[in-house]
Write a protein that binds this ligand. Structure first.
Ligand SMILES: [Zn+2]
Length: 190
């Protein structure tokens, strides 16, 4: 029910980035590793260790639970620019603003919850051009109200879009495009 805009980080850059490992508890002290392979080795060791012998991270609030799950690994310093995520309905709005939404039958009422997910890709340069154009021509986003979609089964509620949503997302997508251009990687959404 959500769509992510992202690009693939070159493998060597991912490897060179410091990585943090946490159990997911909010007050945990992250374990730091100098690169991807050292954090990967830690995770491999974690998986090979019996659950009750696994290390408890400093500040972990629920050792029994956290020892059961594989810790989260996060590359540092680059993660903030790696992806932009949004709900399907909002992603369709953004793709439409960017001229990237595939056309379906015109004149029909679109229900973002009942349509197939959209996905695609384009060069980072093309994507950036579309973002800049959208920033230049789009009127201020006044948002949309919450809407309930009638269906045969479950109640589906479109939570709507807050004012200035479009501007905020376009700014994040511009940052994403610049990061992708720097690395020569195309932008994908899925
Ligand atoms: Zn924990």
């Amino acid at each position: 029910m959500s769509i992510t805009f992202t690009f693939d980080l070159p493998a060597d850059e991912y490897e060179r980035a410091p990585h943090s490992v946490t159990c997911g508890c909010s007050d945990v002290e992250p374990m730091l590793f100098p690169n991807a392979s050292s954090s990967g080795a830690f995770i491999a060791h974690w998986r090979a260790t019996p659950e009750d012998e696994r290390v408890v991270m400093e500040g972990c609030a629920d050792p029994d639970l956290c020892r059961h799950y594989t810790p989260q690994v996060t590359p540092l310093g680059i993660g903030a620019h790696l992806d932009v995520n949004m709900a399907n309905g909002n992603a369709r709005h953004i793709l439409s603003v960017l001229g990237l939404l595939p056309e379906t039958v015109s004149g029909t009422t679109r229900n973002p919850f009942l349509e197939d997910d959209v996905s695609g890709d384009t060069t980072a340069e093309d994507f950036k051009g579309r973002v800049l154009l959208a920033m230049a021509v789009s009127p201020t986003d006044e948002g949309t109200p919450q809407v309930e979609h009638p269906t045969s089964g479950a109640r589906l509620i479109d939570t709507g879009r807050s004012p200035v949503y479009t501007e905020r997302i376009l700014a994040a997508l511009l940052t994403l495009a610049d990061a992708a251009i720097e690395r020569g990687a195309p932008i994908r959404w899925y």
